[in-house]
Design a binder for this molecule. Structure first.
Ligand code: AHG
Ligand code: MN
Ligand code: MN
Length: 334
């Protein structure tokens, strides 16, 4: 008899069974993330046919052009979660202010922060895209969270993960007990467990960085990236360069095969580009849970104290040895 595949819903119920006292609310939240993934991947499959490519006339709070698909993906997240009863606040890269769930509407104890569409420069070229999410728990029940209460260190996340819209759609997440990957089986509309307890190699042979920015980098970053191109068989160099323009896709590659992704600070923009609460923290949680590392160059990403909702942070993420090596160069200790 063939083996019965483990669906996301069944996996979640099994994991819940090992947590006596769990209300099921959190399991439902993860299932709803899966639903968002189905909605968006359905749109992406026919994107060139239904007039959803290109940009809107809007600019978001980050000063970036909003693509039609950024707005659609953000709307999908909000529509699925706002009235779900599972969350009390939603914050998105695409929304200046968080959304609080109205007092008179059922709300849950979770706060969801997300990047609804990651890699938006890829929308019009049929290249990979993603979404990233971070889940925090709100302890009070006498009032809804303020904006400040959404700004927590990454160490306080109770779950995080991403959706990857590549040649398959995947949901990869952690609740702090390893990293699990599910692949959407489109013919039955179910996510099936395809990657169990993912472990990132200690060291890789791939680096991902937007090298067009190299003249803007610090000397340490320049020296580090140069060092990866040295011809030295013993240390596996030169590394191969792979950069997709979609952080989720690049990190997914590293998670499975090892290596490093960098979006470093620049001399005139030391904070870098990526957002701490919607991108760096959730991916750092996933990668650490797989045995890897995420650093700003000088400190652990998950320990950065957020000062602003849309705060940016330099990011070096991937295999432990590669990230440690990059830190040495960036700190001038090479
Ligand atoms: P987003 O589409 O959510 O704004 O994120 C884009 C991010 C990330 O996905 C990617 O790795 C990086 O920005 C690409 O930036 P560059 O075009 O500057 O390389
Ligand atoms: Mn992004
Ligand atoms: Mn985005």
């Amino acid at each position: 008899m063939r083996e019965f595949p483990l669906t996301l819903s069944r996996f979640i119920i099994q994991s819940q069974a090992s947590h006596p006292g769990a209300t099921g609310e959190f399991s439902n939240l993860l299932t709803q993330i899966g639903l968002v993934g189905k909605l968006i991947s359905q749109d992406l499959r026919r994107a060139g046919l239904i007039n959803i490519l290109g940009a809107t006339d809007d600019t978001n709070v980050q000063g970036e052009t909003v693509k039609k698909l950024d707005a659609i993906a953000n709307d999908d997240f909000v529509k699925v979660f706002q009235h779900s009863g599972y969350v009390c606040a939603l914050a998105s890269e695409e929304m200046e202010k968080p959304i609080s769930i109205p007092d008179n509407w059922p709300h849950g104890k979770y706060m969801l922060l997300f990047d609804p569409l990651d890699g938006s420069s890829n929308t019009d070229n049929n290249m990979p895209l993603g979404a990233i999410f971070s889940v925090l728990k709100y302890e009070r029940d006498d009032r809804l969270p303020t904006e400040g209460e959404l700004m927590r260190r990454g160490t306080e996340q109770i779950a995080a993960g991403y959706l990857l819209y590549g040649s398959s759609t995947m949901l990869v997440y952690t609740v702090g007990q390893g990293v699990y990957g599910f692949t959407l089986e489109p013919s039955i509309g179910e996510y099936l467990l395809s990657h169990e307890k993912i472990r990132i190699p200690e060291k890789g042979r791939v680096y991902a960085v937007n090298e067009g920015n190299c003249r803007k980098w610090s000397e340490g970053t320049k020296k580090y990236v140069d060092s990866l191109k040295v011809n030295d068989k013993a240390t596996g160099r030169p590394y191969s360069s792979r950069y997709s323009g979609c952080l989720v896709a690049d990190v997914h590659r590293l998670l499975l095969g090892g290596g490093i992704y960098l979006y470093p600070g620049e001399v005139d923009k030391p904070e870098g580009k990526l957002r701490l609460l919607y991108e760096a923290n959730p991916l750092a949680f996933v990668v650490e849970q797989a045995g890897g590392k995420a650093s700003t160059g000088t400190s652990r990403v998950l320990e950065v104290e957020p000062k602003k909702l849309h705060q940016r942070v330099p990011l070096l993420i991937g295999s432990r040895q590669d990230v440690e090596q990059a830190e040495m160069y960036i700190q001038g200790k090479d």
